[in-house]
Design a protein around this ligand. Structure first.
Ligand code: TYM
Length: 343
């Protein structure tokens, strides 16, 4: 049977990119897969986190999972640090992955920036822990936004090298699931930059807990260009995906159109058809209404859940027990394969 695993960091301020690129896709997968969704608190501390905020931020992500429609009875929701197999397997993978592989990771380069020598060692080996998250459950499918693609390729390389080194077929070669009309949501202030919680401008992103007024204001202030909205001539020959040259020319316009398509559940062609030739003022009004209608109830439910930490903590504790019951025997098998005495 196929098993789905994915993770979200509790670093505060979950945004529309997290929702459309990942969390929303987690929900539908529950119907025909065994799903494990993790709040990756150990990944979060690869950069400084205020200890007083880590628990509330962990509850925020768990609340977003629940408010979006993840069912904690059929799926497993837990926080990473509770299941020690993640750290245990990550150590083995630190010894499988090669320095050269990690040196190619663009996200490390972006996050470490000019202060590479000062970055934590954890930030450098972050992708090995991510591979351990997935493979501790022998997960076959991993839904993520496009920015995680390179990390998932590394996960595949680690599984293949482990299997080769030890002459086994132990780990599956995981498939990334990157789907929907908004796999890479861009900043509302600059269509060439990814929407991200580290952007200093609040107007660059819509947070999942934003109220209706904030959502509408951020959309009204979103950067656009002076032209009318494009039509289906912006599509590739296949008629379903946007032409990259069209997006490069008008990144802000296509970002907003992609957000509309993703939130409405309409495909790109239908969305382009709907607004071809319209003014941005009209389109932004429609986008604001749609965003408030779709995100408002999720934000409100998140607020309600976050006000009831006992319930969320119970979900996470129960999930951790069920997760450990899967991961621990897999880690024991890994210890045997590696040859540890006592395994
Ligand atoms: P994180 O916490 O940065 O983001 C969580 C999810 O949101 C997606 N995402 C986006 N999608 C579209 N547009 C955006 N602007 C955008 N920003 C974020 C991410 O792709 C991700 O799917 N390394 C992971 C967490 C992780 C993980 C794992 C994921 C740890 N272990 C194992 C999958 C499997 C991360 O930093 O996500």
């Amino acid at each position: 049977m196929s098993r789905v695993f994915s993770g979200v960091q509790p670093t505060g301020d979950l945004h529309l990119g997290n929702y459309l690129g990942a969390i929303r896709n987690f929900v539908g997968l529950q119907d025909d897969h065994e799903c494990i969704y993790c709040v990756v608190d150990m990944h979060a501390i690869t950069v400084w986190q205020d200890p007083a905020q880590l628990a509330p931020h962990t509850r925020e992500v768990a609340s977003a999972f629940l408010a979006s429609g993840i069912d904690p009875k059929t799926s497993i929701i837990f926080n990473q640090s509770r299941v020690s197999a993640h750290a245990g397997l990550a150590w083995v993978f630190n010894c499988v992955a090669r320095m050269g592989w990690l040196n190619r990771m663009t996200q490390f380069k972006e996050k470490a920036g000019k202060h590479r020598e000062n970055a934590s060692v954890g930030l450098y080996v972050y992708p090995n822990l991510m591979a351990a998250d997935i493979l501790a459950y022998k997960a076959t499918h991993v839904p993520v936004g496009e920015d995680q693609k390179q990390h998932l390729e590394l996960t595949r390389d680690i599984a293949i090298k482990f299997n080769n080194d030890f002459g086994t077929e132990f780990f599956p070669v995981t498939e990334p699931l990157i789907f929907g009309e908004a796999t890479r949501v861009m900043s509302l202030r600059d269509g060439t930059k990814k929407m991200s919680k580290s952007d200093p401008s609040e107007y660059s992103r819509i947070n999942l807990t934003d109220g209706a007024d904030d959502i509408a204001t951020k959309i009204r202030k979103a950067r656009t260009d002076p032209n009318e909205l494009p039509g289906t001539e912006a599509l590739d020959a296949d008629g379903t995906t946007l032409r990259s040259d069209a997006v490069a020319e008008r990144p802000e316009a296509f970002n907003l159109i992609s957000i509309y398509a993703a939130l409405s559940g309409q495909d790109m062609a239908a969305t382009l058809d709907q607004f071809a030739g319209a003014q941005f003022s009209t389109f932004k009004g429609e986008l604001a209404d749609l965003s408030v209608a779709k995100l408002g109830p999720i934000g409100a439910e998140m607020q309600r859940l976050m006000a009831d930490p006992g319930h969320v903590d119970g979900v996470l504790a129960d999930g951790a027990e069920r997760a450990a019951a899967i991961a621990e025997p897999i880690l024991r098998d890994v210890h045997k394969i590696v040859g540890f005495l006592g395994a």
